[in-house]
Design a protein around this ligand. Sequence first.
Ligand code: PGA
Length: 258
Amino acid sequence: MRIPIIAGNWKMHKTVQESVDLVREMKRGLNEIQGIEKVIVPPFVSLGAVAELLGPTSIKLGAQNMHWEEQGAYTGEVSPLMLQGLCQYVIIGHSERRTYFGETNETVNRKVRAAFDHGLLPIMCVGENLEQNEAGETEAFVSQQMREGLVGLTAEKVSKIVVAYEPIWAIGTGRAATGVEANRIIGLVIRGTIAELHNETTAQAARVQYVGSVKPSNVVEFMSQPDIDGALVGGASLKAADFTEITRLAAEVKGTGR
Ligand code: PGA
């Protein structure tokens, strides 16, 4: 059975002090929720302080990006070696990275492989924009992102990956996709492509999150879908009460320990 996973992507929000304050506010409530993985993904500069504050809780940490090289003349970049031991997850290829920072399926693939090589679990983001969606290109586009993102990975690694499906037109816009439609793309295209590349067992083992305007009022719709194992939450993860409520509802829908 796949363990559900909710991750809060803070994006470029919160100073170190604000991060610490926000984690203090949500730590106890989140820690008490069982049967679901809880991941906080603050900006790089806050990772150390947040890690210390979380201590031995059940709450995990993630980074929002990383370079694929271990070190070198890459001004401004953060390497997998630097994240090792500091966090367990790393978001790779978020649509904002692809759109504003030129990330491609090839760089996403390098980063995903580097993450596994350093004991970090990648949350690999895929998803179509509004134009592609309206042109009926969603299936072909997402399938290609999956194929190119997973080049060179063994079935064993792919079975451990978290894929985050983000219909880009639903991010930060308040316009979420429907649960049924997201579930269809996840089952048909995301798991379908993994099954083609590897096998059905691998496709059923990988976890897939929905991304885009998830909030307490719509999380149940997404989590009730059989192929959706969790959510990557942006805006609502910056509010302690909302993020805790989203996580609680998700755990409730999926059933403890499922
Ligand atoms: P949103 O962002 O929940 O604010 O739409 C999600 C994300 O982009 O990770």
